[in-house]
Design a protein around this ligand. Structure first.
Ligand code: GLC
Ligand code: CA
Length: 560
């Protein structure tokens, strides 16, 4: 089935718990989503990706699923979900679901059965091993979230593997029955009418035979044995062949620790395993390998990485474009400037979403929500934050510094309630929200930005419209200029005689911009501009702090 429409759409991600509370208990839910569908439509996006909304004990806020074919009671039920789906479709908005099948919750029925006895029919749904002599665990693997990757289970005197939290046992994807279960889950939602999946850490599902010891690291020791395991291509192809190809849908796979080389393998060709990939390379332009090793933001590093992905996937695979989601702190606080919030928000959006790929916009990004600072570790609620704090303390880092690092790097920064208005609890809920609202909601909120034509919110709307109306911004190739500049991100896109020139300043000062060879800004049409006025000189222009512009050129008849 030809699903190439996925290249033209843009996607809005909802992390339901913090989106909008519709029934007054302080927790975001599907009633809230229903209320806000017209708002989502007004952004100009074409699809919603729901982070997991299935029943879950919330050890990892939904990424630990205890039932794949139902809805978390905190968020509603299947009826309200169907209503949201239906109403979204009426508005021409597609809906994609998060599919988390590397692991389940330990409260999933399969795991409860599996733990019971070695001859239970569900035993091989998970990865069980005997300990090594001397009471040692089966191998030296460390989890991403909670120290050891093995948890002992006294019922059967064996350990189970968990790459993430203890409450997230890994499924044994080598078991064909497990793969059938996965396909049935997919069919369940696709038959209901959903339009695809965002597949959580999907490239981790195949583990190397024999589970050999890994190279020692502070977290995730062993990752080289499952980062892109021996059967990954086979399993993904099986899902594509048996399910995905039979529906008009698309799949985007989350793939930590994969390079652009891997991305070509996964996302190219007719029988591609994934339509696109959520990669991570570009999310460490302000740190060293892991988020907690904080460095000043380097635009050059960002450009180098993004440029690679753009070139390598051109006409081969496809990019998922994102700079925010529920796993990373807010981007303005990282790559932009809180002082120049609106300006840098616009520049970041332009820089990212004018590239080749499908835009993914995370709730609150469109109004420039920023990191929020907690004054006590007690306010944090996330398993990854607890782990980071534990690891940092192992290195004898003082508590105050730990709090500082966590405030800057925790993904909980992205999980504060969406700021709808300057009213009580930011208009998120009448009740006390489950997580503290960022106190800056009085300045940063949807209601205020609706009224301001120059707001970031209205800029996002213009940006998405410009992208949609200009095939060059969707299908064009990518050429970068001034790649050595640490203050300017400038590139062009070309397609069928049309060219777009994208100019984004990352400077807090004015910046002289010299037009690259082959362009004359006077001949171009300014299709997007972060400021109401965009004066030109003969050779270029002077950009205001974080100014962004997009010019469109028509070379169809000039032979250029
Ligand atoms: C993915 C999710 C993240 C989750 C992890 C384990 O990275 O995006 O939120 O904690 O997988 O499921
Ligand atoms: Ca609620």
């Amino acid at each position: 089935m030809d699903n190439s429409w996925f290249k033209e759409i843009s996607v809005y991600q909802i992390w339901c718990r913090s989106f909008k509370d519709g029934n007054g208990d302080g927790i975001g839910d599907l009633y809230g989503v229903l209320e806000k569908l017209d708002y989502i439509k007004s952004l100009g996006v074409d699809a919603i990706w729901f982070s997991p909304i299935y029943p879950s004990p919330n050890a990892d806020y939904g990424y630990d699923i205890s039932d794949y074919t139902d809805i978390n009671k905190e968020f509603g039920d299947l009826d309200i979900f169907k209503k949201v789906l239906n109403e979204a479709h009426k508005r021409d908005i597609k809906v994609i679901m998060d599919l988390v099948v590397n692991h389940t919750s330990d409260e999933h029925r399969w795991f409860k059965e599996s733990s019971r006895s070695k001859d239970n029919p569900y035993r091989d749904y998970y990865i069980w091993r005997k300990g090594r002599t001397g009471g040692r665990r089966p191998n030296n693997w460390l989890s991403v979230f909670e120290g050891n990757a093995w948890e002992y289970s006294p019922e059967t005197d064996e350990y189970y593997l968990h790459i993430f939290a203890k409450k997230q046992p890994d499924l044994n994807m080598d078991n064909p029955k497990v793969r059938e279960e996965v396909k049935n889950i997919m069919r369940f939602w696709l038959d209901m009418g959903v339009d695809g999946f965002r597949e959580d850490v999907i490239t981790f599902i195949s583990k190397k035979e024999g589970l050999p010891n890994g190279f020692p690291l502070p977290v995730a020791t062993g990752i080289e044995h499952y980062r892109k395991g021996p059967h990954i291509h086979e399993y993904l192809r099986e899902f594509r062949r048996d399910v995905i190809n039979k529906y008009d849908c698309f799949v985007v796979g989350e793939s930590p620790m994969t390079s652009w080389r891997d991305a070509v393998e996964f996302t190219s060709g007719e029988d591609r395993e994934l339509d696109m990939m959520i990669s991570f390379d570009h999310m460490s332009a302000d740190c060293f390998i892991v988020d907690t090793l904080v460095l000043p933001f380097s635009l050059r590093k960002l450009k180098r990485v993004m440029g690679h992905w753009q070139h390598i996937l051109h006409e081969k695979g496809w990019n998922a474009l994102y700079i925010e989601n529920h796993d990373h702190p807010r981007i303005i606080s990282r790559y932009g400037s809180e002082k120049y919030r609106t300006e840098s928000g616009k520049s970041l959006a332009t820089m990212c979403f004018m590239q080749s790929g499908t835009p993914f916009i995370y709730q609150g990004q469109e109004i420039g929500m920023t990191n929020s600072s907690q004054d006590s570790m007690m306010n944090f609620k996330d398993v990854q934050t607890f782990n980071t704090s534990r690891v940092l303390k192992q290195f004898h880092i003082p508590e105050k510094t730990v709090l500082k690092i966590i405030n800057r790097t925790s993904r909980e920064n992205a999980r504060t309630p969406v700021q709808w208005s300057a009213g009580k609890n930011a208009g998120f809920s009448d009740a006390e929200p489950w997580f503290p609202v960022n106190p800056n909601y009085t300045d940063i909120n949807v209601e205020a930005q609706e009224k301001d034509p120059q707001s970031l919110l209205n800029y996002y709307r213009r940006l998405l419209k410009v992208r949609k109306e200009n095939p060059v911004l969707i299908y064009g190739d990518f050429t970068e200029y001034y790649h050595l500049s640490g203050r300017l991100f400038c590139y062009s896109r070309s397609y069928k005689g049309k060219r777009a020139l994208v100019i984004c300043s990352f400077s807090k000062r004015e910046l002289r911009f010299k037009t690259p060879k082959g362009f004359d800004l006077h001949e171009g049409e300014l299709v997007l501009s972060s400021l109401p006025e965009a004066p030109l000189t003969t050779s270029g222009c002077v950009l205001k702090p974080y100014e962004a512009r997009v010019y469109l050129f028509d070379f169809t008849n000039t032979g250029k």
